[in-house]
Design a protein around this ligand. Structure first.
Ligand SMILES: Nc1ncnc2c1ncn2[C@@H]1O[C@H](COP(=O)(O)OP(=O)(O)O)[C@@H](O)[C@H]1O
Ligand SMILES: [Mg+2]
Length: 448
């Protein structure tokens, strides 16, 4: 350990005298960081966070302390082709989306006639959008367990290799920062894990309107950690037969452990709470308890290498036992994409289409409040319009800004209803300040 300056010395003494003084520790940690003494800073920040887990300054400093020096713990070489760029999914019709006609294919054919072109390019986004390989949105990444007899070795739960990175997530800097500080940094850093022990295992619960990137972000987190990825919807775990849901859960976590390091993404977590109140006697309590046991098991030994992330569109329906400390105790609000994110998403959806004179920045500005899914729909509508014209006139025409202007007249942001119900909860049932983040956003957007 390098020699302390008089200032550091006296601060250290002060901390010894008042170990619970968090601001003092943060100040000390910052000075240590200034001297590139990361490990010591981390210890101080860990102590601060133990006392005040929600302290954002401590989280930010921790992010700084851990980020530059460390690489992902384990590196799984990415497969040559991501499962999402497989031809089968590239041309699959969007679920519930466009009709039977294969617009994508038709557009591809048109694109041979004239190459794609944007009016203005934002170079830093190109790489991010180009690396994204998920034109259809996340596909359900699992098969259902088919029957009650499932004790064989091959697990019905699908495991992916993480190939996305946080850099593939356009914009959303606050979310990334919080993920880095609250989840990634501690997961990567063994020193921290040791200091935190069990409490570190607590998972993160992402919430927000549908189609805004929760699943996508979870996949990126797996990529960042060099971990495998399992995405499972809770409703697919549930089974009407007594005992089957619990067995499904057990098997799910077993598979995750076998595939460690692995990010286990539990989607639609509210399915447990909601169903429970509807059907009182189906043993949903047992299922919740089984999940609690599994969660506790994972957090009891961080070396397991199983990282649990969960998501819900309705956090207010999530069983409260699941949100207790050490379990899915931290909430992360995933809002509709901000402007840079929208630009990245639009670029991604247009990159293989015959476009001309598209001003992405302008489109991004005009699509405030659109979810990722809405943006995809917008691009499809614009493409459809140009294609109809081309078919009618027999002359290939590019997708232009005019098509987007027309499409913008039809496609509306779908996030409105979500905010309407979220607003009430945030205002009137904000227990423990769980929805503070949401309130800030609503106020900023004058939605309160
Ligand atoms: N920040 C972003 N950057 C790039 N693409 C995004 C972003 N947010 C959302 N998307 C796109 O929108 C799609 C829908 O997001 P998804 O993760 O399915 O939302 P959710 O799980 O919240 O319902 C994703 O497949 C992704 O292609
Ligand atoms: Mg999702």
């Amino acid at each position: 350990m390098p020699d302390d300056s008089p200032l550091l010395k006296s601060l250290r003494a002060a901390i010894d005298a008042a170990p619970d003084d968090v601001p003092l520790r943060l100040h000390f940690a910052e000075l240590l960081l200034g001297q590139e003494r990361q490990q010591e800073a981390i210890a101080q920040l860990a102590a601060a966070l133990q006392r005040e887990p929600g302290n954002t300054e401590a989280q930010t400093l921790m992010g700084r302390a851990v980020t530059p020096a460390v690489a992902p713990q384990v590196t799984v070489p990415p497969p040559a082709v991501s499962q999402e760029s497989a031809p089968a999914s590239a041309h699959a019709p969007a679920p519930g989306g466009s009709g039977p006609y294969d617009w994508r294919r038709a557009e591809d054919e048109l694109s041979a006639v004239v190459p794609p072109r944007f009016v203005r390019s934002a170079p830093e986004e190109t790489a991010a959008a180009g690396a994204e390989q998920s034109p259809e949105g996340p596909l359900p990444a699992h098969d259902l367990p088919t029957g009650p007899h499932d004790d064989d070795a091959s697990s019905p739960w699908d495991v992916e290799s993480g190939t996305l990175a946080l850099a593939d997530v356009g914009g959303m800097h606050e979310v990334k920062e919080r993920l880095e500080a609250a989840f990634l940094a501690p997961m990567r850093n063994p020193e921290l894990r040791r200091l935190y022990g069990k409490s570190l295992g607590g998972g993160l619960l992402m919430y927000g309107p549908p189609g805004c990137g929760k699943t996508y972000i979870a996949r990126a987190v797996a990529g960042e950690l060099g971990a495998r990825f399992m995405s499972v919807s809770i409703s697919d775990v549930l089974d009407m037969w007594m005992g089957n849901s619990e067995r499904n859960l057990r098997q799910l976590f077993e598979t995750a452990r076998r595939n460690a390091p692995c990010v286990l993404f539990l989607d639609e977590l509210d399915a447990l709470g909601a169903k429970r109140s509807q059907i009182r006697h189906t043993g949903m309590r047992t299922t919740v308890n089984q999940l609690l046991t599994e969660l506790d098991g994972v957090s009891g030994s961080a070396d397991d290498g199983v990282f649990v992330l969960a998501a819900t569109n309705h956090p207010w329906d999530v069983d409260t036992a699941l949100r207790r400390p050490g379990r899915l105790d931290r909430m992360l609000l995933v809002l509709p994409p901000d402007q840079p994110a929208r630009e990245a998403i639009l670029r991604h959806h247009l990159k293989d289409r015959p476009v001309a004179g598209i001003d992405l920045a302008k489109l991004a500005k005009r699509t405030d409040g659109f979810s990722g899914a809405d943006l995809k729909h917008l691009c499809e509508s614009a493409a459809e319009r140009a294609l109809m014209d081309s078919v009618r006139t027999g002359e290939a025409r590019m997708i232009g800004m005019g098509d987007f202007t027309a499409a913008l007249g039809q496609v509306r942001p779908s996030t409105g209803p979500w905010f309407a119900s979220a607003r009430n909860v945030a205002q009137f049932a904000n227990e423990g300040g769980a929805y503070d983040e949401l309130l800030v956003y609503l106020k900023k957007r004058k939605m309160l």
